[in-house]
Design a protein around this ligand. Sequence first.
Ligand code: 5GP
Ligand code: ZN
Length: 107
Amino acid sequence: MSDCIFCQIIEKHIPASVVYEDDEMLCFKDINPAAPVHLLLIPKVHFDSLAHAQAKHEALLGRMMFKVPQIAQANGLNNGFKTQINTGKGGGQEVFHLHIHIMGRPA
Ligand code: 5GP
Ligand code: ZN
């Protein structure tokens, strides 16, 4: 079993409140929300951070960013939202599987 907590969520070894899933990405509620809606969008393929992305991940990252507003609206964030990607210890990253924070307050 992977020792990455987000890979374990992908593998359904630990539970999460999933709001979106397809072949290449998964979105679930943050366990310690910093906003009324706080979601994490992750690729199903593991890489540690944005700084670890390779050329082969370029299109996937584009598809994830394109999916963000769709997921936000589907979760009530019709008036806008914040996105955040923490990269590296200096960037405040705590879980080293790339993730996009999607945060906001339903209008
Ligand atoms: P980072 O600081 O790495 O950008 O953010 C990691 C986020 O993952 C934090 O907001 C934290 O609350 C969330 N998180 C950590 N462990 C778990 C978990 O087991 N389940 C869920 N749903 N979120 C987690
Ligand atoms: Zn992982």
